[in-house]
Write a protein that binds this ligand. Structure first.
Ligand code: ADP
Length: 633
């Protein structure tokens, strides 16, 4: 039983392949985590790093309370099950299961107890005297599970354990492994390329692609709220239908036009409250995603639906429990080839369709998904990143929602109308403008409040659940953007400062007392050099830098030191800086200085002028290896 913590984990193979990029996850005790994604996405590499079979290039891996980056696999309290069983052919099942325990020199009766108990759990007691070759694939995999169970590990790692089995056995073993997890009360991490396996077994699933985590969520949330088009297409069979289309806001309605067809429907604007208004211009192409079960051929549903389009049926697939009807919303489309007009419908009506027949279908727009055409990221996110509001500026006064706000000196905005972006996490409740709380929803541990200010919706990520009713709110003015004609004329203040620097090994001659006499000794110490200034690097960080970059490259590799504007110390030494001006956001002031590393902004606890020296607070500073883009600290 153990929790795991993966922080900024990277794997770069010696040939330069970056197999895993910035993997972050907290795994709770007893979870059943599945890593899923197409071949080569980095799931086995991640698992093997957890097992200790592969070095971690950068990042921190904890099992329980212990950092295990440098702990030998055998000392990590994990057990691993592989696809190819890896059984010893000359040993009996009993000996195979007992082998690891014998190596660890456990008492004979303890070994016997564990082996018979595991065999019992796995239903292989009667095979204990048999050799692996006398057993089927499923039975062999049970033996290899048995070998893992008897170690009583804190974490069970399973790498595609069912891939060698036929479909029927796979289904059966799937539920056996789930049962085993429930019985053992151990944390499981399971790797598979099969999304059905992932969906049926995982308490949470990590979807990966090209070495990057795409989404971490429960099976249900992955299915209902895929955050990008890749996840939407990867999870669920048949694959989600993706159409291209445009959205045009007309008052309180939005007209959705499907490209390459005559299909047009209208939905209430309320369904698209979370979408950035610029997507609703009738010109920007987006992907519209609908699952096969969210499209209906049922005449009753079609009659009652406001979202009906015509489909030319091409063929159907009888799958026993369900029927898939294929067609096209483009009347000259063939319905066979994947395209942005082909449609797959789960049909419950059991009707017969003639190839070429044109029918009306109802789209369940409550379950629609939409993605940006370029980034493929959802434009209907569960937690929107920004609020997009019309605003106007006149004589340094910003009018937005019901408020007129005198802009602080740091924001000098020419008069005119525009679009203002307020990050949903830049809104705080208390002393400010009046609003009504419409709802508050918990989403993956965060609380999203929907506020009504006059007629306008506003979304805010709040620290705890709030009840419907009246509230007061304000927003952090330094985090807003203002756009005019699509161009950003006011940008949010960047709260992070990047400083270029190096890691240095310095030889020096120090003094040491030997037998009461002072002696000169040669010693080395590690420093950072940033903007011509040197700072002492602590031992732990130095060790990490050397481990990640290698002794050969550690002192010649370009680094970026990443520090918040709030985490600088002004003193008598450090990076020389000349104060250029004070950036005044009203309630907070910052100093803009020129330094050998370029312009740097720091928080001003008092007035500064002239020449000063600034030092990052290294306890809060991130360190990134520049060229390979690896976060080391
Ligand atoms: P998955 O388990 O998702 O199929 P892997 O973790 O095995 O993917 O591999 C991720 C990437 O790393 C792939 O591009 C693969 O080719 C590469 N890779 C895996 N092992 C090595 C290795 N020993 N040396 C170099 N590249 C490797």
């Amino acid at each position: 039983m153990a929790s795991l913590s993966l922080k900024h984990i990277y794997k770069v193979y010696p040939n330069g392949t970056k197999a895993v990029n910035d993997f972050n996850m907290e795994i709770e005790d007893k979870e059943f985590i599945v890593f899923v994604g197409p071949s080569g996405c980095g799931k086995s590499t991640t698992l093997r790093m957890i097992a200790g079979l592969e070095d971690i290039s950068a990042g921190e891996l904890m099992i329980g309370d212990l950092v295990v980056n440098d702990v030998e696999p055998k000392d990590r309290d994990i057990a691993m099950v592989f696809q190819n069983y890896a059984l010893y052919p000359h040993m009996t099942v009993y000996e195979n299961i007992a082998f690891g325990l014998r190596l660890r020199k456990l008492p004979k009766d303890e070994i016997h107890r564990r082996v018979t108990e595991a065999a019992e759990i796995l239903g292989i007691t009667e095979y204990l005297d048999k050799k692996p070759k006398e057993m089927s694939g499923g039975q062999r995999q049970r033996v290899s599970l048995g070998r893992a169970i008897v170690r009583e590990p804190k974490v069970m790692l399973l790498d595609e354990p069912l891939s060698n089995l036929d479909a029927k056995l796979r289904t059966q073993m799937r539920s056996e492994i789930s049962k085993l997890h429930a019985r053992l009360n151990t944390t499981f991490i399971y790797v598979t390329h099969d999304q059905v396996e992932a969906m049926t077994m995982g308490t949470r699933i990590v979807v990966m692609k090209n070495g990057y985590v795409q989404q971490i969520d429960t099976p249900k949330n992955l299915y209902n709220y895929p955050g990008n088009k890749f996840v939407a297409g990867f999870i669920g069979t048949p694959q989600m239908n993706f159409f291209e289309g445009t959205l045009l806001k007309k008052g309180e309605e939005v007209e959705i036009k499907f490209a390459y067809s005559d299909a047009v429907i209208t939905v209430p604007y309320s369904m698209l409250y979370k979408t950035r208004p610029s997507y609703l211009d009738g010109k920007t192409t987006v992907y519209i995603g609908l699952r096969a079960e969210d499209i209906s051929l049922d005449p009753e549903k079609v009659k009652n639906s406001n979202a009906v389009v015509k489909v030319r049926i091409s063929h159907k697939e009888e799958l026993g429990s369900e029927t898939l009807v294929y067609g096209d919303i483009n009347m000259s489309g063939d319905g066979y080839s994947e395209s942005s007009t082909r449609v797959i419908i789960k049909d419950e009506s059991d009707r017969d369709f003639k190839p070429g027949e044109v029918v009306d279908v109802a789209l369940d727009m409550e379950h629609v998904h939409m993605y940006d055409k370029e980034t493929e990221v959802s434009i209907l996110p569960r937690i929107p990143e920004y609020n997009y509001l019309p605003c106007s500026v006149k004589g340094g006064v910003l009018s937005v929602l019901t408020a007129n706000i005198k802009l602080p000196p740091a924001i000098s905005c020419p008069d005119g109308d525009g679009e203002m972006l307020i990050p949903t996490d830049a809104i705080t409740l208390g002393n400010g403008n009046d609003a009504k709380v419409v709802s508050c929803e918990e989403i993956n541990g965060k609380y999203l409040a929907e506020l009504l200010v006059g007629e306008r919706r506003l979304y805010a990520v709040v620290p705890q659940a709030i009840q419907p009713g009246n509230v007061s709110f304000k927003f952090d003015i330094k985090k807003i953007s203002i756009l005019r004609d699509g161009k950003e004329i006011i940008s949010p203040m960047n709260e992070m400062v990047d400083l270029d620097g190096m890691f240095l090994k310095e030889k020096y001659v120090g003094e040491q007392e030997v037998n009461g006499k002072k002696k000169k000794v040669k010693a080395v110490r590690f420093d950072y050099e940033i903007g011509g200034a040197k700072f002492t690097a602590d031992d732990e960080t130095s060790q990490k830098l050397i481990t990640v970059m290698g002794l050969k490259n550690a002192f010649t590799t370009a680094l970026v030191f990443e520090c918040s504007v709030y985490d600088f110390i002004v003193g008598d030494s450090g990076i020389p800086a000349t104060v250029e001006d004070i950036v005044d956001y009203g309630s907070e002031k910052f100093v803009r200085c020129s330094t050998p590393c370029g312009t740097v902004m720091i928080y001003a606890d008092k007035d500064y002028s002239g020449k000063i020296y600034i030092s990052p607070d290294f306890t809060k500073t991130g360190i990134i290896e520049k060229d390979r883009d690896i976060r080391i600290i």
